[in-house]
Design a protein around this ligand. Structure first.
Ligand code: ZN
Length: 346
C-alpha cells in the first residue's frame, strides 16, 4: 500500500466521523485499543477501488474501515474469486419453494439438517431423485463421523423425511407426510449435577446423570406408547391404561400399518379412541397388504396425485389402481396438477 501520511489519515477519519464505512460501527484508534478494548474495531484505511485495479491513494478513494471488515474484505469480496458461485455455469439445484418452506418449518437438529442438505446435494444436485449414498460420502460432505451419519439417517427415515431402500437414499419431497416426531416420542431428560471438582490438568469431572421426576414421568409415557403400539399390532387386545393413547401408525414396525398411517396423515383423519383406530385398521389392512410390495415414496406420489386431481372419494384401494401408472405422464395430462408443482420439480 502506498504510504498514507498521518495528516491525510486524520482527515479521512474525521470526514467519516470515525465510523466504519462498511458496518457502520465506531472505530477505535490504535493508540486507544489498549485502554478501550475491542481489537476488531481498530480503525484503518481502505482503498474503495483497490490499488491492484488502479485505485489511487487519494482522499476520494479512501474510506475508514474497521479491522474485522477489512480482514473479511481481503478474503472474499474480490469479484473474480466469487465468479464460481454464479449460477450460469450450471452448478445449481432445482427444488420447489414449497419444499424449502417445509424444511424451514420442520424442527431438525444440527446433524439432521446437515445430513438432509447432503442428501439433497447428492440427489437433486445431480438431477436424480434418489441415489446410492454411503455413510462415508455423507461424512465427506458434512464432516460428521459416519457412525453418526448412519444414526441420523435412521432418525430421518423414521420421521419419513428420507426413505432408504437397500443402499438407495431418497429425500421425501412429500413433506405433508413427514413426522413431527418431537411431540410424540418421549425423550430422556437428564439433569447433570453441577461440576464440583476440576482436576489439575484442567479436565472436568464428568457430570453424572441423575434420575429426576421428569425421567420417571417420561419413562412411564414411553411405556404407554410402547404398549399402545403392541395393541395396534394385535387390535383385539385391550388397552393397558385408562388414558387413551393413539400411537402414530407411521412409526409402526409393520409396513402395512405404516402405509395406513401415511394415508390417515394425508387425509387428516382423526381418531377419538383406540377402537375407532383399530376398526379403521381392520377395514384398511387388506388394501394395505396389496400395497406392501411398493415403496412408500411411490405410494405417497400417488396419494399426492389423487389428492390434487380426484374429485371423488378415494381410498387405499384407489391408490392400488393407480400405482402402476406413470404419475409424471398422468400429471402432464392434468393441467391443474402440474400447476401445483408437487411433482414438477423432481
Ligand atoms: Zn466494520
Amino acid at each position: 500500500m502506498a504510504k498514507i501520511n498521518s495528516q491525510l489519515r486524520k482527515e479521512i477519519y474525521q470526514r467519516d466521523n470515525n465510523l466504519c464505512q462498511v458496518c457502520g460501527r465506531k472505530t477505535i484508534f490504535t493508540k486507544d485499543i489498549k485502554t478501550d478494548g475491542d481489537y476488531s474495531l481498530e480503525a484503518s484505511l481502505d482503498h474503495i477501488i483497490p490499488e491492484s485495479k488502479g485505485g489511487k491513494t487519494t482522499k476520494d478513494n479512501l474510506r475508514t474501515i474497521c479491522r474485522s471488515c477489512n480482514s473479511r474484505k481481503g478474503t472474499v469480496t474480490d469479484d473474480d474469486e466469487l465468479k464460481f458461485l454464479n449460477l450460469n455455469n450450471g452448478n445449481f439445484t432445482r427444488i420447489h419453494n414449497a419444499i424449502l418452506l417445509a424444511l424451514a418449518r420442520i424442527k431438525l437438529n444440527t446433524q439432521e439438517s446437515r445430513i438432509v442438505m447432503a442428501i439433497i446435494i447428492k440427489t437433486y444436485g445431480f438431477q436424480k431423485s434418489e441415489d446410492w449414498v454411503s455413510n462415508g460420502q455423507l461424512e465427506e460432505i458434512t464432516g460428521i463421523h459416519k457412525s453418526h451419519c448412519a444414526n441420523t439417517v435412521t432418525r430421518l427415515k423414521n420421521r419419513c423425511i428420507v426413505t432408504k431402500t437397500g443402499n438407495k437414499i431418497k429425500f421425501n419431497k412429500y413433506f405433508f407426510n413427514w413426522n413431527e416426531l418431537p411431540k410424540k416420542v418421549p425423550k430422556q431428560v437428564t439433569v447433570p449435577k453441577q461440576v464440583t471438582k476440576v482436576t489439575q490438568t484442567g479436565s472436568k469431572v464428568l457430570p453424572k446423570q441423575v434420575n429426576t421426576k421428569e425421567i420417571l414421568k417420561e419413562n412411564t409415557k414411553e411405556k404407554i406408547v410402547a404398549s399402545a403400539t403392541e395393541v395396534i399390532n394385535d387390535p383385539s387386545s385391550e388397552m393397558p391404561t385408562k388414558k387413551e393413547v393413539i400411537p402414530d401408525m407411521c412409526l409402526n414396525k409393520r409396513y402395512d400399518i405404516q402405509i395406513i398411517g401415511h394415508f390417515v396423515r394425508f387425509k387428516g383423519i382423526k381418531f377419538e379412541n383406540k377402537k375407532q383406530q383399530s376398526d379403521f385398521i381392520n377395514r384398511s389392512v387388506k388394501a394395505a397388504t396389496i400395497l406392501k410390495e411398493y415403496e412408500i415414496s411411490k405410494i405417497m406420489e400417488v396419494m399426492a396425485f389423487l389428492g390434487k386431481t380426484a374429485n371423488y372419494k378415494w381410498g387405499l384401494e384407489t391408490i392400488y389402481k393407480y400405482i402402476n401408472e406413470d404419475i409424471e405422464v398422468l400429471a402432464g395430462k392434468n393441467k391443474d396438477f402440474s400447476k401445483g408443482g408437487f411433482i414438477g420439480n423432481l
